[in-house]
Design a protein around this ligand. Structure first.
Ligand SMILES: [Cu+2]
Length: 503
């Protein structure tokens, strides 16, 4: 099974084995789609932007070997692709460090790595046909970039539907002047899983492309039909919450029948960094018997907000603080609107483990959603009128599977047709108007925008059906930057675009 390159990117397969970074970069980027109007990833402006960032001079070197693998799901083996473990080991660095990650591609097809949420230099962003040529099977590429901001980030390929396999991990950028006090830190990654169990992600995409009939007379019933899931519904997401049937939901690669278990002591204050690595599932997360204080969204600090649970769209991250009680507690991530859940355990004392179907009142109380959070002053954008306003309509439907922005399905070979142009130094305002009947988690590469009126700094934000998300960002990172729905099937269906700096 060979996946399409991300949205029909024109690919060249050139060996970069053994090339140093400079050599590899020259070869790799030669094949990017040319556009005289917009800055290219190889432009001098890209390197000089990074050169102006604070650098510690410290290099954090790591290697990521993408390979075929088997995931053991409580006795059910799933053939999949991974970076050796699922999730990959956490990559940890400090603000200003240079990440030097060598990707060795042992997969049967090309791949890349995208560093989700990191405002990095454009040529390291991992988007085939736009910022680089894919790394061919058997080849290697070293990604090398300064991490400019502290926070909870993650990485995954940006080729086809590879995101819905096991190719992901957390990238944690620590703040040397961390203002939060806590005793422990956990990285908790939620995922929806089907690869190697019911289908492969390319098969699912094929099935979805065939279209999905609207549901009649089945309100309140959630049921699989092939690899589709009919009848999902969420009040928080304004209706249809997802359309793909997943036989498993995972916490750190583990299913509910073989749960991830965190062991600690009563009274410990824990920072939990939550990441939604799912492809078609929002998660509603709560820890039984505890309240959570949201401190960060998408890596950036927010005014501390006490909640019973949090909602995470695909690609979103929330950091929460919690002070642990005495006992054994369920950490539940409901697959929003899908009548299933991911499940883990937190053990600080004696007691029997709760069942994975335990009823949690916290899941029905005060749920924190990203758009309701408020930025802390230190990361709020300076007050400034926008220099440029961009209006983007989210369009398409499940019936026709014609997801797009402004009705134009993305093609990286058509940089100019797909691009909204901006200029360096501008304050840019973008209105994402959702004209569809479904929610979409919209992700912008290379920048962290701010929701209007003191909202949070984010890179991935949920846009409900019929609503408009308005965000501002400062154009301070030249290049060509993708924005797209982080439902990988919607993105592959065409709901992807470019915001590019004019040359
Ligand atoms: Cu979408």
């Amino acid at each position: 099974m060979t996946e399409r390159p991300f949205l029909n990117a024109p690919m060249t397969r050139r060996a970069v084995l053994g090339a140093g970074l400079a050599g590899a970069a020259t070869v790799l980027f030669a094949a990017c789609t040319p556009s005289p109007r917009y800055i290219s990833p190889t432009a001098a402006a890209v390197g000089s932007a990074e050169a102006a960032w604070n650098s510690t001079g410290r290099i954090v070197a790591t290697s990521l070997h993408a390979q075929t693998a088997t995931l053991d799901l409580a006795g059910t083996p799933a053939s999949t692709w991974s970076f050796g473990s699922i999730p990959a080991p956490v990559i940890r660095a400090s603000v200003g460090d240079t990440i030097e990650a060598t990707l060795a591609n042992g997969l049967p097809e090309e791949t890349t790595i995208h560093w989700h949420g990191v405002a990095l230099r454009n040529d390291m962003d991992g988007v085939p046909g736009v910022t680089q040529t894919s790394v061919a099977a058997g080849d290697e590429l070293t990604y090398r970039f300064i991490a400019p901001d502290a926070g909870t980030y993650w990485f995954h390929p940006h080729v086809g539907t590879q995101l819905d396999r096991g190719l992901y991990g957390a990238l944690i950028i620590e703040d040397p002047n961390e203002p939060l006090a806590y005793d422990e830190e956990w990285v908790v990654i939620f995922d929806d899983w089907l690869d190697g169990v019911t289908a492969t992600p390319p098969e699912v995409l094929e099935e979805l492309r065939g279209g999905m009939a609207p549901m009649e007379g089945m309100e309140g019933m959630v049921m699989p039909m092939g690899n589709m899931l009919m009848g999902t519904n969420s009040d928080l997401l304004g209706g249809d919450s997802g359309d793909v049937f997943y036989p498993h939901y995972l916490v750190n690669g583990r299913p509910a029948r073989d749960p991830e278990t965190y062991t600690s002591r009563p009274g410990m204050r824990v920072r939990i960094r939550m990441i939604n690595a799912g492809s078609d599932t929002a998660f509603r997360v709560a820890l039984g018997g505890h309240r959570l204080t949201i401190t960060h969204s998408d890596g950036f600090p927010v005014q501390p907000t006490e909640v019973d649970g949090v909602l995470l769209g695909m690609g979103e991250r929330h950091d929460v603080l919690v002070t642990l009680a005495d006992g054994v507690f369920p950490l539940v991530a409901e697959a929003e609107g899908k009548a299933e859940r991911a499940f883990a355990l937190v053990r600080t004392g004696a007691g029997a483990a709760p069942e994975s179907n335990v009823v949690l009142p916290e899941l029905r109380r005060n749920i924190g959603v990203g758009s309701a959070l408020r930025a802390v002053d230190s990361v709020a954008l300076a007050g400034k009128a926008p220099d440029r306003e961009i209006n983007v309509k989210l369009t398409g439907s499940m019936q026709d599977f014609d997801w797009a922005f402004d009705g134009v399905s993305f093609d990286p070979a058509e940089i100019e047709r797909n691009t909204r142009g901006i200029r360096s130094g501008e304050r840019v305002r973008v209105r994402f108007e959702n004209t569809t009947t479904m929610w979409h988690p919209i992700h912008l590469h290379g920048h962290t925008f701010q929701l209007l009126d003191g909202g949070p700094r984010k890179d991935t934000s949920i846009v409900l059906p019929g609503e408009t998300l308005t965000v501002d960002f400062d154009a301070n990172n030249p290049g060509r930057w993708l924005f797209h729905c982080h439902n990988i099937y919607h993105a592959e269906g065409g709901m992807t675009g470019l915001i590019s700096y004019e040359a």
